[in-house]
Design a binder for this molecule. Structure first.
Ligand SMILES: CC(C)(COP(=O)(O)OP(=O)(O)OC[C@H]1O[C@@H](n2cnc3c(N)ncnc32)[C@H](O)[C@@H]1OP(=O)(O)O)[C@@H](O)C(=O)NCCC(=O)NCCSC(=O)CC(=O)O
Length: 377
């Protein structure tokens, strides 16, 4: 028996933008100072041929290879200190709101205001992010309490596809009647998982938090509603984007400074393998909905690499991706893991008209790909 579901909308989005900017010039200056210090400290071993000298990074490479021009971070001094090279966060007591929850509450309140809702209207909180601050209790439950929300909350992690995968859970919870109004939050404190001392990746990530409100169309009162026409998720195992940090590290007697306990990747392989997967995924998803890529007014794509997004769009619509078709935010925000496509949706939808449709699509570690087709009401 075919069950018909009520229409479900995204009725609000919110964005927490960290207070500090690191430009590529600042980033490269810190990295090069660190490399010089390392080379001086190991000059003898380098002279004996026992160790390779570190090579300088460059602003030109970063901008040409990725399109990234700067990134926002929650704490800047620690990252740019050549004697440290990662952020410095003050530990908080168990009775204080944790940092991930704090930025999630900020983004959530903005999304709630846009939707004309309060925390009390929320009956499910999905905190979905590439990294969680602690093992438990779930971040989502702390966020639920801080917002005065009811129902339940849980955390989920699908790396860069965390937001789109959570959107499908929210969509299903609302359309089946299990939940009335779901908050999806994506606090991405990527500065803490990035290896700022590795020139292959030190430029990639930035911090941010996004939030989305998902509810039935017949309860939505906000001025800007986007009906979810469908969602499609896919995963295929790959170690090409990986981070082995985890609760077993201590039991494995791992060196906490080991290179594989922060983000690492085979960037070229990711580029080559993920572009065709993402394009085919979107095309198949739209086909199931009886839609063509050329009918989409906009693609809010994952923000990892400018060239990647251009290739995905070329495969889909046979044309170069101008900002009007696939807006870029990574030049300003860098890669913000799961939040990237949601930042693009947040900043670049106001000019669309009722009836215009588009695709929010993430792709990243897993591999994981998630697409959400939306139409402005
Ligand atoms: C990482 C990249 C920007 C790297 O660009 P390229 O592939 O063109 O470059 P490359 O690594 O082959 O390096 C080319 C040459 O430049 C050198 N090189 C590397 N880094 C450099 C730097 N900082 N400054 C100057 N030179 C540099 C290399 O040593 C090499 O030298 P030589 O030529 O001498 O050997 C790109 O591959 C990329 O964006 N790929 C997609 C990755 C992606 O989407 N990942 C998902 C991230 S995870 C994610 O999004 C979230 C999630 O899922 O969690």
């Amino acid at each position: 028996m075919q069950t018909s579901f009520p229409a479900v909308v995204i009725s609000g989005t919110g964005l927490y933008q960290p207070p500090h900017v690191i430009t590529n010039a600042e980033l490269v200056a810190a990295f090069n100072a660190y490399a010089d210090q390392q080379n001086a400290a190991h000059a003898d071993a380098i002279a004996r041929g026992e160790r390779q000298p570190m090579t300088h990074s460059s602003v030109e490479f970063i901008e040409k290879a990725s399109g990234i021009k700067q990134r926002y971070v929650i704490e800047k001094d620690g990252v740019l200190d050549p004697a440290r090279m990662y952020p410095r966060f003050k530990p908080r007591g168990d009775d204080e709101l944790s940092l991930m929850a704090e930025i999630a509450v900020d983004a959530a309140q903005k999304a709630l205001a846009q939707a004309g809702k309060t925390g009390a209207d929320i009956d499910a909180v999905l905190c979905s992010s590439a990294n969680m601050q602690r093992a438990y209790p779930a971040m989502a439950v702390e966020i639920q309490q801080a917002l005065g929300a009811g129902g339940y909350g849980f955390d989920m992690n699908v790396a860069c596809s965390s937001a789109t995968f959570a959107l499908e859970q929210a969509f299903n919870a609302v359309r089946t009647g299990a939940s009335k109004c779901v908050l999806v939050v994506n606090p991405e404190i990527t500065s803490a998982h990035l290896e700022w001392r590795d020139r292959d990746c030190h430029f990639i990530f930035g911090d941010v938090c996004t939030a989305l409100i998902v509810e039935r169309a017949d309860t939505a009162t906000g001025p800007d509603q986007w009906e979810i026409l469908g969602t499609q998720l896919a995963t295929q195992f790959s170690s090409n984007i990986r981070n082995n940090f985890g609760f077993m590290n201590r039991a494995e007697d791992r060196d906490p400074e080991a290179r594989d306990l922060t983000f690492y990747q085979e960037g070229r392989k990711v580029f080559k393998e993920v572009v065709p997967m993402a394009a085919a995924h979107i095309e198949t998803h739209l086909g199931k909905l009886g839609l063509e890529p050329t009918q989409m007014r906009r693609f809010w794509l994952h923000q990892a690499n400018q060239g990647m997004n251009q290739l995905v769009i070329k495969k889909l619509v046979g044309a170069d991706a101008g900002d009007d078709v696939a807006p870029l935010i990574l030049n300003e925000y860098a890669n913000t893991a799961s939040a990237g496509s949601i930042i693009a949706f947040h900043h670049h939808r106001a000019d669309l008209q009722p009836g215009d449709a588009g695709v929010i699509c993430s792709f990243g570690a897993g591999y994981s790909i998630g697409s959400v087709v939306v139409k402005k009401r």
